[in-house]
Ligand binder design. Structure first.
Ligand SMILES: C[S@@+](CC[C@H](N)C(=O)[O-])C[C@H]1O[C@@H](n2cnc3c(N)ncnc32)[C@H](O)[C@@H]1O
Length: 234
């Protein structure tokens, strides 16, 4: 079992993610466990405040290290004492300034026997001392800025969980975009004739070698069109 402990101010943002499709199935089959912790529950403030203006000036609010540190300690306690996980623990902060997530990294996150404590930021982000104290790894899901880490954490978990053994059949992952350095070839399904457009004849030929060659050529064509930079890396 692999554990993903998410520290968030908005637990409700995860209901659709956890309750649907492949992620739900992975949870139901005990391949993964996703456990949500509300950072606000660890506020030391009588009004349950968790964020304060940046010291030194500037706009917005920063999540205070006190509730966040206590929430991280609770996540450790949950993993080691409540569910007695023997996996190593890695703490990740979803952050636009972090290492840029890619498929190779997702495979690495999936294939190590780590549990992940994932911090979702909001406002201007989190107090830097948390990153130092807990040796936090910052991961970005792209070169743009979102309003919240909840969405980013779901992207991270989805990309990793689908690669964990047992979640998806290995054959389905084999020819995906970003797996062999190329983007995926075009896919077709029934009906064979749609709006006067026919599925390419070769796919109906039953000749597996010709189909494989055709798909490889199409992969190269699509990669040239959308991501020519990838071709230099093969
Ligand atoms: C408005 S952003 C904070 C941006 C921060 N002030 C900066 O400029 O780096 C609020 C939160 O959204 C999340 N977030 C935003 N963009 C992200 C990205 N590209 N990847 C991962 N997380 C992101 C982070 O958790 C962040 O703390």
């Amino acid at each position: 079992m692999r554990n993903f402990i998410v520290l968030t101010l908005f637990k409700e943002a995860f209901s659709g993610f956890i309750d649907t499709s492949i992620i739900k199935r992975a949870i139901d089959q005990n391949i993964v466990n996703i456990h949500l912790i509300d950072i606000r529950d660890y506020s030391l403030n009588k009004h349950k405040k968790v964020d304060f203006p940046p010291v030194g000036g500037g706009s917005g609010m920063v999540i205070s290290p006190e509730p966040l540190g206590l929430a991280i300690d609770k996540a450790y306690d949950y993993l080691k004492n409540d569910i007695k996980s023997t996996n190593d623990i890695k703490i990740i902060y979803m952050s636009p300034r972090g290492f840029l997530l890619n498929q190779k990294m997702s495979y690495e996150f999936a294939n190590t026997k780590n549990d992940y404590i994932i911090i979702c930021g909001h406002y201007e982000g989190i107090d830097e001392r948390i990153i130092e104290k807990y040796n936090v790894l910052e991961i970005s899901i792209g070169d743009y800025v979102l309003t919240q880490g909840e969405l980013a954490s779901q992207v991270f978990m989805d990309s990793v969980i689908r690669l964990i053994d047992g979640t998806i059949k290995k054959e389905s992952l084999e020819f995906e975009s970003h797996t062999n350095g190329l983007l995926e070839y075009p896919q077709y399904t029934k009906p064979i004739l749609y709006d006067n457009m026919k599925v390419p004849e070769i796919l109906l030929s039953g000749n597996h070698q010709k189909i494989a060659d055709y798909r490889k050529m199409e992969s190269i064509r699509i990669t040239k069109k959308y991501r020519p930079d990838l071709l230099n890396k093969i």
